[in-house]
Design a protein around this ligand. Sequence first.
Ligand SMILES: CC/C=C\C/C=C\C/C=C\C=C\CC(=O)SCCNC(=O)CCNC(=O)[C@H](O)C(C)(C)COP(=O)(O)OP(=O)(O)OC[C@H]1O[C@@H](n2cnc3c(N)ncnc32)[C@H](O)[C@@H]1OP(=O)(O)O
Length: 210
Amino acid sequence: MHMQSPPVNSLSLDFLTELCISLEKLEMDKGCRGLIITSVLSNQPKVFSAGLDILEMYGKSPEHCGEFWKVVQEMWLKFYGSNMGSSPAGGCLLSLTCDYRIMADNPRYTIGLNETQLGIVAPFWFKETMVNTVGHRNTEVALQLGLLYKPAEALKIGLVDQLVPEDQVFTVASQTMTKWLTIPGNVSVITTKSTLNLLFSFQLWCFNLV
Ligand SMILES: CC/C=C\C/C=C\C/C=C\C=C\CC(=O)SCCNC(=O)CCNC(=O)[C@H](O)C(C)(C)COP(=O)(O)OP(=O)(O)OC[C@H]1O[C@@H](n2cnc3c(N)ncnc32)[C@H](O)[C@@H]1OP(=O)(O)O
């Protein structure tokens, strides 16, 4: 799936709605077993996603905000695999929801949950998704300081799984996907994934988020 919503793939209500509809269609397609999501913006260096569209969170009606927040949660529940450039805040969440993250090795790109730098708080399920990926201590430091990591630093703490030269991102993503798809049977993979997320799913249920 190629994201192309200039200038920076910010996650607006319209963009997220279209994304969720596309994901639902893929989920129903029995022939689809994996998804690589990437940005095809023409800017250089390339942005994966600038995160939530800040214009959606300012001066809007409570109904609009409710609708927006609901679709953010839907997006978070659905993702699979990704490759990327810069991914601040919601852009980082988008990639954290994936099973494997491949980042272009360009020090001009950054990734992280930088909400505190913006004077806002990363919701608890952003935080939990980060803890599940990089552990509690790394998350504590990252979230309190609102850190945006360069590729080498992101790899070191496990925020991304692999760095590759910029022109090879999609090729490597395809090769990685091929490897993951050699695991036989959707059911065992889905069940394993659900088991890994069991505690988190329970927490979300307690907070009435699913
Ligand atoms: C309704 C909600 C209800 C409740 C919410 C409650 C709690 C929410 C709590 C936290 C949630 C936070 C999650 C988030 O995702 S907040 C968004 C955080 N995003 C950022 O901090 C990214 C900011 N952007 C950047 O760092 C850079 O733009 C960049 C690295 C992505 C790209 O840099 P470039 O140099 O290539 O491009 P720019 O010149 O900076 O930008 C171009 C253009 O794009 C506009 N823009 C950038 N980011 C956003 C954005 N997130 N939303 C909307 N628009 C964005 C930027 O203003 C420029 O526009 P103009 O060309 O000036 O018109």
